[in-house]
Design a protein around this ligand. Structure first.
Ligand SMILES: Nc1ncnc2c1ncn2[C@@H]1O[C@H](COP(=O)(O)OP(=O)(O)O)[C@@H](O)[C@H]1O
Ligand SMILES: [Mg+2]
Ligand SMILES: [Zn+2]
Length: 488
């Protein structure tokens, strides 16, 4: 028994077997039904998307002796001969190797005669953009005076190379690249018809990791099945494509999640000694993290990380992306990747920081409670809007010195002014530097209430009692020229 490659064996033989290209199939079937077949078509699209396949199906549908619902029967003499390529009314010309005017002339000499066996003569010119200028002109002449019962199908991967004069005389179909799910569907249908056991994940992996037309996928599947002794498994596909086992990616991320950074670093050693390309490994790791982040956003949960890890994942992802770029400039990517994994040690500090933020907010509210009980100023105290509170705390967090002293700062809002209060002089100095920036960000006036500032007004008010202020009020424009304090 001779072996037939999947891509040939499973070339669709009727319109209904074609995967995707719905628009093309539907339009052609309608044309058959309405008897409105055009005398010239251009099939444009990448390699292996079904141009030749559909051209043959159309030829069969036009010449079949027993068509069913405008599909070829695939059993009559004509269908069989078309399938074999021996049908006398079908001409398949490869313009890549028959580029010259003589080749087209030979078509022209044939054109115009009635079909020998079938209903239509069909000329399929593949890679039509390769024709010479003279050949195009000869073709144009034929298309200008379309002989009855002669149909041209011009296939090309480069539509823009075809002269407008030709294009304007043809009905043009743009063939689409198959989607991932269409490819998966196609591969699974082959596996099922071959009665081959397979892991669905293995098919997913082929579809994810490989690029190409349907033909390339069919050939790849062929290779994968041969390679894996009849059962298509994830590990065989991984090995075939030279990709790092998913289990390694998962394990690495699991170690990271559990803060077992040492284990993650060790695993990188193992992966390297097994001969895998660490750059590919890292790329897969980044892809997986990205996937995790998407899953968390969409479904609240990834395979490894969950909702509460969201910030962590974002942080790791940005760090790992950086490592990927950095490793390109270095000889030894391993050291970079291991270093970046170890850098995740600082992840531990992310939590306390968040707690700090919370604590900061709590401290404020506690201080408000106590002040409410004590002074008259606090009667005017309003709650600081949570939004403003957050903004201020975030700004302080960005200043390392301030971030560690957050618990020494109180935030209050009094009559639309935000008051930052601290007893600590060095913290006060830091706050002073930051105050303009804070004002800008929250769009409110910000005052500092620090020991230094606090003391002055209290002393003053002690020294300069209200009676003087009252006098000043009674006599607008009056000034204090001299003021002598009495000893207390
Ligand atoms: N739309 C499709 N549906 C199913 N199989 C396809 C499709 N397109 C291509 N194939 C597979 O790829 C092979 C090559 O397709 P072909 O029609 O020759 O591509 P093209 O002419 O566009 O380069 C076919 O034998 C078939 O196995
Ligand atoms: Mg082709
Ligand atoms: Zn038939």
């Amino acid at each position: 028994m001779t072996y037939e490659a999947f891509s040939r064996k499973y070339r669709p033989r009727s319109f209904s077997e074609v995967v995707g290209q719905e628009y093309v199939v539907k339009t052609l079937k309608n044309a058959l039904r309405l008897n409105r077949i055009s005398h010239a078509y251009i099939f444009s699209g990448q390699r292996g998307v079904g141009k030749t396949t559909i051209a043959r199906i159309l030829t069969k549908a036009l010449n079949c002796k027993n068509p069913v619902d405008f599909e070829p029967c695939n059993q009559c003499e004509n269908c069989i001969e078309i399938e074999k390529g021996s049908f006398p009314d079908m001409y398949e010309i490869d313009a890549a190797s028959n580029r010259g005017i003589d080749d087209i002339r030979s078509i022209r000499d044939n054109v115009g005669y009635s079909p020998i066996k079938g209903n239509y003569k069909v000329y399929i010119i593949d890679e039509v953009h390769m024709l010479t200028k003279e050949a195009f002109n000869a073709l144009l002449k034929t298309l200008e005076e379309p002989p009855p019962k002669n149909i041209f199908i011009l296939a090309t991967t480069e539509l823009y190379k075809i002269p407008d004069t030709i294009k304007s005389r043809c009905q043009i179909f743009i063939f689409k690249q198959p989607t991932k799910s269409q490819i998966k569907h196609y591969l699974e249908s082959i596996l099922k018809r071959e009665n081959l056991p397979y892991e669905e994940e293995a098919v997913d992996l082929l579809v994810e990791e490989f690029e190409g037309g349907m033909r390339d996928f069919a050939s790849l599947l062929d290779q994968a099945v041969t390679f894996s002794d009849g059962k298509l498994t994830v590990s065989s596909v991984e090995e075939l494509l030279g990709i790092i086992p998913k289990s390694y990616i998962k394990q690495t991320l699991q170690h990271i999640k559990n803060s077992d950074l040492k284990e993650a670093v060790k695993l990188i050693d193992i992966i390297e000694t097994q001969g895998y390309d660490l750059n590919i490994f890292w790329k897969q790791l980044i892809d997986k993290l990205h996937h995790e982040l998407l899953s968390i956003t969409l479904n609240q949960k990834g395979d490894i990380f969950s909702q509460e890890d969201e910030k962590k994942v974002i942080y790791i992802l940005s760090l790992f992306n950086k490592a990927f770029i950095e490793s390109k400039t270095l000889q030894n990517p391993k050291s970079v990747y291991q270093l970046y994994i170890l850098k995740l040690k600082f992840l531990e500090y992310i939590k306390p920081v968040e707690q700090l933020i919370k604590e900061g907010i709590e401290i404020t509210s506690i201080s408000k409670q106590t002040e409410n009980k004590t002074t008259e100023i606090t009667e005017k105290t309003e709650n600081v809007e949570p939004d403003i509170k957050q903004k201020i705390i975030k700004m302080m967090m960005s200043e390392p010195m301030l971030s560690v002293s957050l618990n020494q700062i109180n935030i209050e809002e009094i009559e639309d002014k935000v008051i930052l209060k601290t007893e600590n002089l060095s913290v006060a100095a830091l706050l002073e530097k930051k105050i303009d920036e804070i004002k800008k960000v929250i769009g409110k006036d910000v005052l500092l209430n620090t020991p230094k500032i606090e003391e002055k007004p209290t002393k003053k008010s002690k020294k300069r009692d209200n009676s003087i202020d009252k006098v000043l009020e009674l006599f607008p424009g009056s000034k204090i020229l001299k003021y002598e304090d009495k000893e207390e």
